[in-house]
Design a protein around this ligand. Sequence first.
Ligand SMILES: [Zn+2]
Ligand SMILES: [Zn+2]
Length: 443
Amino acid sequence: MNGLTKAMLMSAGLCLAAMSTASAELDVAKLKAAIETSVEADYPKLDTLYKDIHAHPEVAFQEVKTAARLATEMRALGFEVTEKIGKTGLVAIYKNGEGPTILVRTELDALPMEEKTGLAYASHDKADWNGQETFVDHSCGHDIHMATWVGTAKTLVGLKDRWRGTLMFIAQPAEETVSGAKAMIADGLFTRFKKPDFGFALHDGPFAYGTLSYRVGVGSSNSDSLDLTFHGRGGHGAAPQRTIDPVMIAARFIVDVQSVISREKDPTEFGVFSIGAIHAGTAHNIIPDEVVLRGTIRTFKPEVRAKMLDGIERTAKAAAAMSGAPAPELVFTEGAKAVVNDVAVVETAAKVLKAAFGDKIRTSPPVTASEDFSEFIDAGVPSMFFNIGVYEPERVAAAFNGTGPQLPSNHSPQFAPVPKPTIETGVEAMTLAVLSAFDKYAK
Ligand SMILES: [Zn+2]
Ligand SMILES: [Zn+2]
């Protein structure tokens, strides 16, 4: 064991000198037991909170009742709460002496879709979504995150003799549209309030409750969207020689552009370009003037992203040039950046989480979805983003072995986490992760 490893293992002791001078694992085990007892006592309230939020979800930037509910909970715990940061976001601060400021984020928003779980606390609520009425469903599990966030705040306040510093609990709107984090930062999150020293967030997923996963480095993808318009010259479908056919150009582009991914990008690096919308024309016999395409580009690394955007633009221009058409219009819009976990924050927290959860915590490969927690990291908050499971381990095992049905994932109308073990594991893990950062900083 080298000196550094030894120091890190010792740091996993979490200021428990008063409790024990035994091994780090033993100290963490004791602390975990203390947290479990606290969470078990708090759970009935967290269950009510979870089911209320689940039954009454709100979509991006409309999370007014949800935010008010969380503000009440946090004020009752002694946090100083500021509302309407980034439209519907919350910042809740709890000062406990000299020490680092640690950010813990939850999302507030749900999805514009109908819940089909049949649960007693299922949502039947509706909302306006881009001018259309829609059902609303917490099918990404952000309600689990909110209950976990409140439970973690309660637990950390209860353990306030074990840490020194400031808790900065934030509730972010509009994660699903990857715009809420940007909105909070633009509204002065890190200027009206002190920029935190470390940050943590978690997300639930369709694996076994009681288990956790995390990544060192890149955890989710960069997301860019493309709005592309090919201009041609419309005319009669029976006389194409008098037209410049933008449908032909678009068809050529859609096929050729995949060679950017298969021939130009390093095949060992992740990169995807998918076209999700094509709009052109009105009738069988009219060649339209233009074709509009919309697509999404997902990558992990900035250099791969740059290569993909360049290749897509070059292919679009070439496809238009081949037909003698005017240059196309391309508008790339950056969505979320990749979430990149900080190596030191992860190492510190992972030591403690491994001591607490043993083989229930594992590392996992990055996911190709995107997540705007990256905005806080990009703004200079070294962070750790990790995942917790939501389903009965037996059902997960049966699905994996093919002896049981596949389990609904996030964004499915059937997504139905088992609340108690999921929220309890979330609170335990998040509390330990935050304590690990306070402890490391204190040393
Ligand atoms: Zn989602
Ligand atoms: Zn989500």
